[in-house]
Design a protein around this ligand. Structure first.
Ligand SMILES: NC(=O)c1ccc[n+]([C@@H]2O[C@H](COP(=O)([O-])OP(=O)(O)OC[C@H]3O[C@@H](n4cnc5c(N)ncnc54)[C@H](O)[C@@H]3O)[C@@H](O)[C@H]2O)c1
Length: 371
């Protein structure tokens, strides 16, 4: 409900004819104090039709929209290779930015976006709405409380089935020029973000990327062996080939382990800790006590609307949003590292060599290398 204290914010939508823009517009319609000040899309006809629906001015050039409308917040809904340039233009025009996931296609671009936000003194938020799922909030609270103890092992296996029809539906899908990657750049960003949100980024990555079930340039299957800064191992696998099994994440700590399967969270609390029991038990086959609690926390926590509410509060309070540019760079860097390692056959160390990854991506776009 609006009150005298409700901040009024004017939003400019870039890529306003995008499929995903409908969810943004729906969220904004429910956000107190929000108005749509203008829209921009290079698709003149579809973009103008949507702007007419919302009674706001429309532009085929985002810079013209930024100049004419001076929005408080620019929302970027274009395919990912445009995210960096559009976000930097918007920040330089004085707007806060909410950009769709992934933040960009290469980690060097994400660095430039973060630097532009810092220079402009504006917020760069990234639309990782899954961070607001109740089950993720509960897992994150457990991690933040320190209850898990030192990291012991991580696993993330998520099938995100897609048809060939899906890849044929837009010419940018599944191409190096159009997306900068396949499953790792389109479906993978959500689980990669949650993995980094809960376990932090790994230090070393041995990646594998292949096309297994579609006609497309980029990987539809990706896996990686991970090593975390404390030496803990991890494994991830994403594909658009496989359906059926649930999405699964496991984060094992020395004092407690989390098992996340869709919206179900199982917490194992060890007593004593794994390390204490290993070192002190006077029997060969024993195990530490394992108190198990399972909670079912369904729902998306508000989806896009939750992201907007958090962003409005961050602007009002001068704080960081739940997922800002730096946070979102973690999952992009991990995706880039899996591709880099998978294509070169060498392990990748984080921080990833920005120039080396840029060179590899240019080779992939030019067809000089393939997966
Ligand atoms: N958060 C989520 O869960 C979620 C879900 C779906 C898509 N997305 C992200 O949203 C983005 C868009 O995906 P989509 O499937 O909606 O795309 P889409 O193909 O439906 O639409 C993209 C739109 O961007 C426009 N566009 C391209 N370049 C532009 C430019 N320079 N200036 C202005 N407009 C431009 C196109 O004309 C088109 O209207 C992607 O980055 C995708 O990863 C996020």
């Amino acid at each position: 409900m609006e009150s005298a204290d409700t901040p009024t914010l004017r939003f400019g939508i870039i890529g306003s004819a995008a499929g995903i823009a409908a969810l943004h517009l729906n969220a904004l319609a429910q956000l107190p104090g929000a108005s749509i000040a203008g829209m921009a899309d290079i698709a003149a006809e579809r973009g103008a039709a949507r702007a007419a629906e919302f009674g706001c001015p429309f532009f085929t050039d985002h810079r013209a929209m930024l100049d004419a409308v001076r929005p408080d917040v620019a929302v970027i809904c274009t395919p990912h290779p445009h995210h960096a340039a559009l976000a930097i233009d918007s920040l330089e025009a004085g707007a806060h930015v909410l950009v769709e996931k992934p933040i960009a296609v290469s980690v060097g671009e994400a660095d430039a976006m973060v630097a532009a936000a810092d220079r402009a003194g504006r917020i760069l938020a990234v639309n990782f709405q899954q961070r607001f799922r109740p089950v993720i909030e509960r897992a994150r609270a457990l991690v933040e409380s320190g209850e898990l103890g030192d990291l012991v092992r991580v696993l993330c296996v998520e099938p995100w089935f897609r048809t060939q029809f899906y890849y044929n539906s837009a010419d940018w899908r599944g191409t190096w020029k159009g997306e900068g990657g396949g499953v790792l750049m389109n479906q993978g960003p959500h689980p990669l973000d949650l993995l980094c949100h809960l376990a932090g980024p790994p230090a070393k990555v041995w990646g594998w990327v292949k096309v297994r079930g579609h006609q497309m340039e980029c990987e539809d299957s990706a896996q990686a062996m991970l090593e975390y800064p404390n030496g803990a191992p991890g494994y991830l696998h994403f594909s658009t080939v496989e359906a059926g099994l649930d999405r699964r994440m496991e984060i094992v700590g020395d004092r407690a382990a989390l098992e996340l399967v869709e919206d179900r969270l199982t917490i194992h609390r060890f007593s004593p800790s794994l390390s204490d029991y290993r070192a002190t038990a006077q029997e060969m086959w024993g195990r530490p006590g394992d108190q198990v609690e399972t909670v079912h926390l369904p729902g998306d926590g508000g989806g896009h609307l939750a992201v907007y509410r958090d962003l409005v509060a961050a602007i009002a309070e001068g704080r960081r949003p739940r997922c800002d540019g730096r946070e979102a760079t973690m999952s992009l860097e991990l995706a880039n590292a899996v591709i880099y390692s998978g294509v070169t056959g060498q392990p990748a160390t984080l921080p990833l060599d920005r120039a080396a990854y840029h060179g590899l991506l240019e080779d992939l776009k030019a067809g000089k290398r393939t997966v």
